[in-house]
Design a protein around this ligand. Structure first.
Ligand SMILES: Nc1nc2c(ncn2[C@@H]2O[C@@H]3COP(=O)(O)O[C@H]4[C@@H](O)[C@H](n5cnc6c(=O)[nH]c(N)nc65)O[C@@H]4COP(=O)(O)O[C@H]3[C@H]2O)c(=O)[nH]1
Length: 515
């Protein structure tokens, strides 16, 4: 199976092994954004509709105040008309919407109506007589001409009740116009005007919606507006529709991040218990000499038989072991395992085993003692360990010093995956090595006419000039092998010769390839 697919299936198995937990997480990750989106939409919509109702209220109060001041002008004009000139009044009031009419009065009573002509009503037929003595506004439940239909009365009067006018504004018509029936969805469903204890309509009617009160700046009028339910839900769903995808994306990103962190830390726990339970084992890949084609050593490569996930490849768990400070105990386990494996095998003296060792090892204070023990233990079975330093982390000057000390103990050191990691050429100037392993990506350029194919020749040349033993990794074709042999690359490793194999298989392979 391709490497990437294998890692993917390992991840999938990891996911399934934690399925119960993930199902709960999955539910939270769907449920939480929905609830959050609903709650936020509710708050935002409430704020928006309040604001809109406030705006509608202020706008209508302005219109009302304009209507009231226009009524005062009408009243003032009407009081200048000579008594009995009802025709002129009627003409003047033609085509004025919102107005039911104008009544003129004198000290004896109402004598002229813009709609009915000459009339004779007592002064208290609309309001208590006293209220006609000074300019004012009132809401009344009905007028003599239209019983049961409320109106706003605007009184313009001259001193001592000698002359005056009452302008009658059509109450219900006004209220209906406030509701803006032509707008969809209507922001308000019911409007009530309040003035001096009276209301318009006379009996206020509200539904289940929220009621917002707005007070006029220049009069005692208060307007109460009930927010329309349709308007509220219209904005609620728009808000919800906008917020939900964002919150879903946000919660999923955070959730996946936490899940990844958790699975990493649980994988780190698994590595720890895997070492204790000896779930790790080694496979060995032969490294052949380009002189005679015989295996002069192997590279030890770790494998993990996870109890739930099955076989896990090192490129999945080695980085986690490195990040969670488990690489040192894991490598110590690998050394012991290789020692135990090769004690059962008979190999030519000087046979080399390459171990991948992360730079973290070189900050251990007991590194020299540990490697001296290792070298002696391997020497007893005729094997020489070779340390392959992975380039994933930067090698500091301090680490280089320790590596040099190891070389003085006759331990062989190689730089692995040369050219892909953090090793700089300046570091190679100050730091002597035994082997340089040329990464597969450069070997792959053989036979291709690409710019990078020249890099391989440069690396090989560097090895020769610096007296490093050159090892080519990932040799897959005879063409690659021939090319590398023609360029005096000392050792070759790759599927062309053998894939990494378990100890039993290696034993047979070595036997078969010893001649
Ligand atoms: N396509 C192809 N691949 C080839 C060929 N020849 C060898 N390989 C693969 O290339 C990798 C060589 O190991 P690496 O560069 O040290 O790269 C290693 C090394 O960095 C790390 N690793 C493996 N074992 C250990 C270990 O014991 N300790 C540490 N620290 N890292 C390890 O994991 C990496 C991957 O190891 P593996 O999966 O075993 O993969 C191995 C090997 O199976 C070839 O011809 N074609």
């Amino acid at each position: 199976m391709p490497k990437r697919l294998n890692s993917l299936s390992s991840l999938l198995r990891l996911f399934i092994s934690q399925y119960d937990l993930s199902r709960k997480h999955l539910f939270i990750m769907l449920f939480m954004p929905t609830v959050l989106a609903m709650a936020s939409s509710y708050v935002i919509t409430n704020y928006l509709v309040d604001k809109k109702a406030q705006e509608v209220g202020e706008f209508n109060l302005k219109r009302l105040e304009h209507l009231l001041s226009e009524s005062e002008t009408i009243g003032e004009y009407a009081t200048t008309l000579s008594e009995g000139d009802c025709g002129a009044l009627n003409e003047y009031m033609q085509f004025k919407p919102y107005y039911r009419g104008v009544l003129l009065f004198n000290a004896h009573g109402f004598h002229c109506s813009s709609t009915m002509g000459v009339i004779d009503y007592p002064l208290n037929s609309l309001l208590p007589e006293d209220t006609l003595k000074k300019p004012a506004y009132f809401i009344v439940p009905e007028t003599p001409a239209r019983s049961g239909v409320p109106a706003i009365l605007v009184i313009s009067t001259q001193a001592n009740l000698t002359r005056g006018a009452v302008v009658i504004i059509e109450g219900q018509y006004l209220i209906d116009s406030f509701i803006q029936p032509e707008v969809f969805p209507r922001p308000v469903s019911h409007v009530v005007l309040g003035l001096k204890g009276a209301t318009l309509p006379t009996v206020p009617q509200f539904g289940d919606g929220k009621v917002v009160a707005v007070k006029a700046e220049h009069s005692e009028v208060v307007i109460l507006l009930e927010v329309s339910q349709a308007f509220f839900w219209h904005f609620f769903w728009i808000c919800f529709g906008i917020l939900l995808p964002f919150l879903l994306a946000f919660v999923w990103l955070v959730g996946l991040h936490l899940w990844r962190k958790k699975s990493r830390s649980s994988l780190a726990d698994d590595i720890k218990s895997g070492i204790e339970n000896q779930e790790f084992f080694l496979v060995y890949q032969p490294i052949v000499s380009s002189d005679d084609g015989k295996a002069k050593g192997v590279e030890a490569l770790v494998r993990w038989q996870h109890p739930q996930m099955g076989l896990v490849r090192p490129d999945l768990f080695i980085p986690i072991a490195e990040q969670s400070q488990l690489i040192v105990p894991l490598t110590n386990y690998i050394f012991e395992r290789a020692l135990a494996d090769f004690s059962k095998l008979s190999v030519d003296s000087g046979f080399r085993i390459g171990f991948n060792v992360a730079p973290e090892h070189f900050i251990q204070s007991d590194i020299e003692a540990k490697f001296r023990y290792l070298k002696d233990a391997f020497a007893r079975i005729g094997v020489q360990p070779l340390i392959e330093i992975t380039e994933r982390q930067l090698l500091t000057a301090d680490m280089c010093e320790r590596i040099t000390a190891l070389r003085e103990l006759d331990i062989l050191v190689a730089i692995d995956d040369f050219g892909t990691g953090q090793t700089t050429l300046s570091l190679l100037q100050t730091f002597t090595l035994d082997y340089l392993k040329i990464d597969k990506c450069f070997i792959d350029t053989i036979g291709q006419d690409s710019v990078t194919s020249h890099v391989l020749d440069t690396i090989i040349e560097l090895c020769h000039k610096m007296n490093y033993v050159a090892v080519a990794e990932g040799v897959e074709t005879q063409q690659q092998a021939d090319y590398l042999i023609s360029r005096d690359v000392h050792f070759l490793q790759g599927y062309l010769f053998a894939k990494p194999m378990k100890l039993d298989e290696l034993s047979h392979w070595l036997e078969a390839h010893s001649e």
